[in-house]
Design a protein around this ligand. Structure first.
Ligand code: COA
Length: 176
């Protein structure tokens, strides 16, 4: 008898750090090719990145959810907002779905689980930043009801890149 293997959204454990790092490096190299410099993208290293993810996952002020399909194919990290614009209490810091698994609703499921966690801690309203050139991400956030806010400059590998903020109104996606 065959049994369908369920896709699960669950909180990350430190054992997920290498798989999260693999998804991040693959997705950055796919998404940001032509946007960020090749030498920077080619230098991304899964083992080094896994070390940073272990620290993020064990930080109790933040939450990382993974899509387990089975095996980690996507993740989302969120926590208290890290600065401007004022009025936002929660922030989606990173959301990545492996290029081979995009467009199947995983990103939406990750955002919904994340919004539930943030709302339960009154970390709303919520904002997220995306590179100005990453227009696919803008479409994704708009499709989930976020509105475009300010632009700022982000330093990556010794250069400055414009980023756009998107904000979800209070109660969006949580029914509250
Ligand atoms: C952005 C991302 C997280 C979305 O995850 P996903 O699993 O692909 O998204 P979903 O399948 O849940 O898509 C939900 C909706 O978003 C919109 N959307 C998704 N990808 C889109 C795109 N490339 N362009 C425009 N709209 C898009 C669609 O309306 C889609 O609904 P539909 O499938 O009914 O058309 C994922 O594509 C990704 O990791 N992209 C590369 C990395 C990235 O840009 N991360 C964000 C950094 S700020």
């Amino acid at each position: 008898m065959t049994r369908a293997l369920a896709v699960q959204i669950r909180q990350a454990t430190s054992g997920d750090a290498p798989a999260i790092a693999r998804v991040q490096v693959r997705t950055w190299q796919h998404t940001y090719r032509g946007i960020l410099p090749d030498p920077f993208l080619d230098s991304l290293d899964v083992e080094r990145s896994a070390e940073s993810w272990r620290a993020v996952i064990s930080d109790r002020r933040r939450i990382t959810h993974v899509v387990d399909a089975p095996g980690v194919v996507g993740f989302c990290t969120a926590g208290p907002a890290r600065g401007d614009p004022t009025g936002f209490r929660g922030e989606v810091e990173a959301i990545y779905v492996d290029p081979a698994d995009q467009g199947q609703g995983h990103g939406t499921a990750l955002v919904r689980a994340t919004m539930g966690w943030l709302a339960a801690r009154r970390l709303t309203p919520v904002l997220v930043w995306a590179l100005e050139a990453n227009t696919n991400a803008h479409g994704f956030y708009r499709s989930l009801g976020a509105q475009r806010l300010d632009t700022r400059l982000l330093r990556i590998a010794d250069a400055l890149y414009p980023e756009v903020g998107f904000g979800w109104p209070e109660g969006a996606l949580t029914g509250g």
